[in-house]
Write a protein that binds this ligand. Structure first.
Ligand code: ARG
Length: 405
């Protein structure tokens, strides 16, 4: 039985898929449509043009929401404090934007009295999972529809569908790539990238120069942190949106932030994913270094476990799970002392920490120095080693004895 929908909020990007969706939903459900586009710092979007297109295609209302600040404050800051890299590689740039887009979708649906939210995700990806879980958690009454999964059209059929209905075909329609971007990064999928052995062609990159043609002279940038949150670049204080944009520029110029890996999707597929995340690469590298400098060895070891779990929940769409809140309490408490500055060198695709300073450092030059007047009493090490290795040595001896028998 067909679901009955009166009014639908469409998460609208202005691209071909979501434009076809606008017409398709109207034709199928005979409902009114409100479109919503979030400004998350995408460089290539013309938001006025998106609004114009939406109205031209028959929406009753369009919302453009500048969500950059909320994104940075409630999502990106956490990713930095959690040194978040899914499978050790991916800074979760697309993943952490989804719960925020879903939140706005619900807000607008409630304001407009809409009973459904539509998104443009396929049935193979992660985004459908993330949208659905957050929307349903915030408002279980709202129906979630995924036209791409239902309509089952090939690209050629979709173009034909668009032509027949006067939907403008984007100029880059021949581009085989699926691209998603926001302040925290740019992701590129499909086309030749589906062959895991094929090197990504240079045409896919937009934020980073080829490391081979990056400047011969290294760039050095100092990033300062206050309670784990970046607050200044080269001593100049700035809001986080500006800071991240600036680092995207600076690091991108040196070819820093290109990522190519095989990713395990939520639905079980392995997929080849390519990203450009210059600012994220620099900030996570710098943050992790500073955090390690001010925390104890035990905190550092446990933080790695917590960070990995945080990234896993964020990736798999479980932002709303109570465990996320539990982890955040720990992450927050560690980050209270992550204050100081880190010097990072950018050179031909590499990003290397070359210096750090903090009033909270657990480093003591008097202890660590190899100069003769160190406060560290080296004689104590003898007894320490004896006890530290006690059980391990004992086990080894017993193992040897048992082999003899
Ligand atoms: N694989 C990434 C993720 O799941 C990126 C997905 C981005 N979507 C896209 N249409 N390129 O978070």
């Amino acid at each position: 039985m067909e679901e009955n929908i009166e009014k639908c909020v469409l998460l609208y990007s202005g691209g071909l898929d979501t434009s076809c969706m606008l017409k398709w939903i109207r034709e199928k459900y005979r409902c009114s449509l409100v479109t919503l586009t979030l400004d998350l710092g995408q460089k290539t979007k013309d938001f006025r043009e998106i609004e114009r297109k939406s109205r031209m295609l028959g929406s009753v209302k369009h919302y453009t929401v500048d969500a950059k600040e909320g994104f940075v404050k409630n999502y990106v800051s956490w990713a930095i404090k959690a040194n978040a890299l899914y499978q050790g590689k991916y800074p979760l740039s697309s993943s952490i934007a989804r719960p925020l887009i879903a939140e706005w979708g619900v807000k607008i649906a409630e304001r407009e009295g809409a009973d459904a939210i539509a998104h443009g995700c396929s049935g193979k990806g992660n985004d459908q999972v993330r949208f659905n879980i957050t929307i349903k958690a915030l408002n279980p009454e709202i129906k979630v529809i995924a036209p791409v999964v239902e309509w089952n059209m090939s690209r050629t059929q979709e173009i034909k569908y668009a032509e027949e209905r006067g939907i403008p075909i984007p100029v880059d329609i021949s581009s085989p790539y699926s691209i998603d971007e926001n302040l925290w990064g740019r992701s590129i999928e499909c086309g030749v990238l589906e062959d895991p052995y094929a090197e990504p062609p240079s045409e896919i990159y937009a934020w980073t120069v080829d490391p081979e043609s990056a400047p011969e002279k290294a760039g050095v940038v100092e990033v300062s942190f206050s309670e784990g949150v970046p607050c200044a670049v080269n001593g100049e204080e700035m809001d986080q949106v500006s800071l991240i944009s600036k680092l995207n520029e600076l690091a991108g110029k040196h070819g820093v932030g290109r990522i190519d890996h095989m990713e395990d999707r939520i639905v079980g597929l392995k997929s080849r994913e390519v990203y450009e995340c210059p600012a994220a690469t620099v900030l996570i590298e710098a943050h992790r270094d500073l955090e390690k400098y001010v925390s104890t060895r035990h905190q550092n070891m446990f933080k790695e476990v917590v960070d990995r779990e945080w990234a896993y929940l964020a990736y798999t769409g479980l932002w709303i799970d109570p465990l996320m809140d539990n982890l955040k309490v720990f992450i927050e408490s560690i980050n209270r002392k992550v204050n100081g500055s880190v010097k990072v060198k950018l050179y031909k695709g590499n990003c290397m920490v070359v210096g750090r300073k903090s009033d909270f450092a657990l480093y003591d030059l008097n202890l660590a120095t190899y100069n003769e007047n160190s406060d560290f009493d080296q004689k104590l090490s003898k007894g320490f080693i004896e006890l530290w290795g006690l059980q391990s040595r004992m086990a080894k001896l017993i193992e040897k004895e048992s082999l003899k028998q």
